[in-house]
Ligand binder design. Structure first.
Ligand code: HEC
Ligand code: HEC
Ligand code: HEC
Ligand code: HEC
Ligand code: HEC
Length: 172
């Protein structure tokens, strides 16, 4: 903690938020608009660990394959048909798809999905309207000030939540 405290002296907590206008290019096309809105697949059906662990998790190729061995063509839509065929071909390769990370906190910060999801926060509160995104982008700044503004608010709403603003809660 002492290193953190020293660093805090020069920390610029009000640093400009890094909000990306566009998400990073991904190795293959993956649309949340198509899956979460059109196909109505729930967020935690794919991000299976969000309710029970620190990391939400990205679905494996087996998970994609589970549906796409059936959803493998679309004769009514040439563009979609081409995308589905390219996907099926890619899923046959043994190497996993290396998705580019969109959100990443520095290593000195501890974050866990479980506490937030179990407290009833919606994914969209921190990630924006992902279900409308063709390419996922970061919407919230993910700065310490951003975390703390919500933690202070929750603290005021309910007694016994002193931990939420203690340094060690987010910096182990
Ligand atoms: C069919 C599976 C599937 C569904 C349903 C799904 N996702 Fe995803 N999600 C993915 C995949 C694959 C990636 C990695 C590729 C990418 O970033 O687009 C991803 C990436 C993300 C990311 C960015 C992760 C990072 O790298 O920081 C967020 C945030 C996210 N999803 C939230 C959601 C939310 C919220 C919902 C529900 C509205 C949802 N997802 C529904 C498969 C899914
Ligand atoms: C629960 C079932 C399900 C899962 C799991 C699933 N998909 Fe899909 N996917 C669909 C459906 C349904 C469509 C829409 C097909 C259509 O409209 O003809 C689709 C469409 C697509 C398309 C073509 C449309 C587009 O986005 O351009 C791609 C590519 C795709 N999925 C990739 C993936 C990948 C990669 C994964 C694993 C991370 C995955 N899907 C997991 C059901 C699923
Ligand atoms: C309180 C804010 C908050 C909520 C609510 C939240 N997330 Fe996140 N999410 C984050 C932060 C912060 C990160 C970056 C974590 C890191 O880099 O350690 C992240 C990262 C992710 C990632 C990429 C890394 C990983 O954990 O796999 C995915 C996928 C994701 N979130 C999906 C979801 C889904 C799905 C939901 C809802 C079930 C959700 N998140 C709810 C803040 C949140
Ligand atoms: C929109 C509100 C909101 C945002 C934004 C948010 N949190 Fe939280 N956080 C909560 C709530 C609510 C809880 C659970 C409180 C409870 O269970 O009483 C929580 C709990 C936690 C916990 C577990 C505390 C414990 O010991 O139980 C950690 C760690 C945490 N948050 C870290 C973060 C970090 C790091 C960020 C920023 C990257 C962040 N949070 C952003 C609302 C938020
Ligand atoms: C609710 C979570 C949370 C709490 C509580 C919290 N921090 Fe942070 N802190 C973060 C996050 C997220 C970052 C990384 C993003 C940033 O630099 O804004 C960070 C970054 C930092 C940094 C590095 C700043 C930089 O410029 O690199 C220092 C130092 C720091 N925190 C010290 C503290 C101290 C001291 C406390 C207690 C008074 C504290 N933090 C409480 C979430 C938290």
């Amino acid at each position: 903690m002492s290193a953190l405290r020293a660093a805090l002296a020069c920390a610029v907590l009000a640093a400009a938020p890094v909000r990306a206008a566009e998400g990073p290019a991904q190795p293959i096309r993956f649309s949340h608009q198509v899956h979460a809105t059109q196909a109505i697949i729930g967020c935690t059906a794919c991000h299976a660990y969000a309710e029970r662990g620190p990391v939400a998790g990205i679905p494996s190729m087996q998970r994609c394959q589970g549906c796409h061995k059936f959803v493998k063509e679309d004769p009514t839509n040439a563009k979609l048909d081409a995308e589905l065929k390219a996907l099926v071909k890619r899923l046959r390769e043994p190497t996993p798809i290396e998705w580019v990370r969109v959100h990443r906190l520095p290593d000195h910060v501890y974050f866990t999905h479980q506490a937030h999801v179990r407290a009833g926060l919606r994914c969209q509160e921190c990630h924006g309207e992902v279900q409308t995104m063709e390419v996922v982008r970061q919407v919230a700044p993910l700065t310490m000030g951003w975390c703390l503004s919500c933690h202070h608010r929750k603290q005021r709403e309910q007694a016994g939540r002193e931990r939420l603003t203690e340094c060690v809660t987010c910096h182990k």
